[in-house]
Write a protein that binds this ligand. Structure first.
Ligand code: SF4
Length: 187
């Protein structure tokens, strides 16, 4: 099967690519992540994917590069609890559309490797995208390979991010660090 793999970042892609290729599939990467903030972080993750592309001999299309407007148009005025679903839908729908228009048999995403995100919601969003764009969603639970993926990516010297991607997740991370510091100072 010729599969278009949406890639959120290098560390999540290393295992997913290997797994799909080892089952005899032809895999191509698709980097579409307008959620990543700020620009310097976006560039770090994009460069990490270019490095992965070289190391694994994987073709990656960088789609709508730096189109942060796509993300803000989608999520502005929505509350926290709605945001991630909209963010996944944005990226998975674009992947399905691109796969359908460019001769792929199916699409999938490295988002399915994360043990920290709502796997079932991502899966149901991808199933909706499959129906909307008339292309098969190739489902695989990549989560058992999460730690292996990070080990492989360290071997390749890829950049490892500290937060999910958007400005809101960056704020959450910084608030957690501040909270920890305050607790330490309070003894
Ligand atoms: S936390 Fe992650 S999944 Fe949720 S909106 Fe931000 S970048 Fe997207």
């Amino acid at each position: 099967m010729k599969i278009l793999l949406h890639i959120c970042c290098g560390p999540c892609a290393a295992y997913s690519v290997k797994k799909l290729q080892s089952s005899g599939n032809i895999v191509e990467g698709f980097f579409y992540n307008p959620n990543i903030h700020p620009l310097s972080e976006y560039i770090n993750r994009k460069e990490s994917c270019s490095k992965l592309s070289e190391a694994m001999g994987l073709k990656i299309s960088f789609y709508n590069d730096c189109r942060f407007e796509d993300f803000f148009r989608k999520i502005t005025f929505h509350e926290n609890y709605q945001r991630c679903g909209l963010c996944w839908a944005l990226r998975l729908n674009k992947t399905a559309e691109y796969a359908s228009n460019n001769g792929f048999d199916s699409f999938t995403s490295t988002l399915l490797i994360s043990p920290y995100q709502d796997h079932e919601e991502m899966k149901s969003i991808a199933i909706k995208a499959q129906e909307e764009h008339s292309i098969t969603f190739f489902y695989e639970d990549f989560r058992p390979g999460f730690h292996e993926s990070h080990r492989l990516s360290r071997q390749m010297g890829l950049y490892h991010q500290k937060y999910c991607g958007c400005i809101y997740s960056e704020r959450e991370r910084s608030q957690k660090i501040d909270g920890r510091q305050q607790r330490t100072e309070a003894g």
